[in-house]
Ligand binder design. Sequence first.
Ligand code: ADP
Length: 507
Amino acid sequence: MERKTKKKKGGMSFGFSQVDTEFMSVFSHELRTPLAILKQLVILLYDETLGPVNDRQREALVKMRHNVDRVKECIDKLLDIARIERKGFELRYALVNLNQLLLDTKDYFTQQADEKKMTISYHLPHEEVNVFVDAQRIQQVVSNLVGNAIKFTESGGRIRVELAILEDKLRVGIVDTGLGIAEADLPKVFEKFIQVTRRQDLEQKGVGLGLAIAKELVERHGGEVWVESQLGVGSRFYFTLPRFYTADLLTDNLKKNINELLAQKKTVHLINLLIVNYEQFRRRVSARPQKITENLKTIIDAAFREFFKGGGKKRHIFIMDTREGRYSLLFQGSTGERIEEFCALLSEKIKSYFVAKKIENVFIALGIVSYPEGEAAREVASSANLKIKEIYIGAEMRQHKRILYKTGLQIIIDGNVKELCQTADLSKGGLCFISHNSWEIDTKIRVRFHLLKKKAAIETEGRVAWVVRMASSAQDPISRYRIGLEFTGLPDKDRQLLEKELKLYYE
Ligand code: ADP
């Protein structure tokens, strides 16, 4: 199922003008009332409240009711798309467990699948999957996709609902062994009023709006939706949602607090601070991660107090994931602009902290991205109750970025191997090795070392740039030295080889 249609970046416009949208909304409302009366009358007739009916009349009434329901569904969908497209459409975010959200409709769909003699199975992670979404709207997306899977799969078929936790997002998949979609039709299915399955025997025809609504809703959440399908084999509909980084650490109490904040009509801000390349960072920085986290918390608290001084008792919740180098800050009130300013202050403060701690060659605040991306999305997000900002703090690709690298190193004097040592780290400009001998600063030495991945040896001249005596212990009383060697005569060919090798270690 290699054929795919993927979302184009930048959001989608349905091509309705504001006037069209308003017209559609008014028109649909006008249709709803007579339709409700019609349905009521059909029920009165069917129930024989208005007098006895014979079997043939009853049959006709069942059909009438069924068709009234269909018209109502069409109108509801039209109204819904008009509502979603209208300026000021709001997503009501809450912190929900996505597993639970999917399970909420499991019984309903299992029953529907049973009726059509097909199976439906759910494959969900064991742990809670906490995510910020408008639960009702995401349920609508899921229901539409699962409903379609049931509608376009024949009896004996199988449907699979799955949830995968990816690095920075969650992916929901609805996979069916149904009719499938022709390749030429794939790019069209998410368009409005498009139906590509031309089968007269389908019990319930739709209006071709479900997928258009689903796409719009997923994109408003900052996710993507796509389909992979093959005619006669089946379809796989997928959608993603951004992951809430520190969600794994939430206690029930914290979740309750967050949802209380979100339930108030006021805007809540979520700032995610992410240390990218955290693993490398942890290895290179001598301070304990807990210590850094404590310091970060102090910085954030101080920035918060400084920025919102006089703003009353603004509650904020700080959640940290020291294992992964991820932090979240959640609070209420303030405008988007103020938050931009606050984020700028925060990243400035964090940057100064790392500079002061002399971890400048590892750390630099890369800046702020606002989420969801794009102008249209930003406009929309401004009417949601949750605004998300992310600050990435990451390793800048330094010219001489060092990586941990353990390989054998020979020190060559007068063409003979004088000493066998081991390297500790390596960069384009030099390396660090451990030796039993102390070397004088600026001594010129020749070294040969083995590249682990490229499986080649490099021989070069170098200058001893620094020497640090390592602490000896009772178990290991022999003193050792860490020696920083700067390459001075690395041939071009070897430099290129070294660069290629290092690239394999950069993430
Ligand atoms: P509707 O279901 O109201 O027709 P949708 O927007 O939900 O509208 O779907 C649009 C079209 O995409 C459907 O009419 C059908 O042709 C196709 N489609 C959607 N889901 C599936 C599926 N699981 N298998 C095959 N075709 C599908």
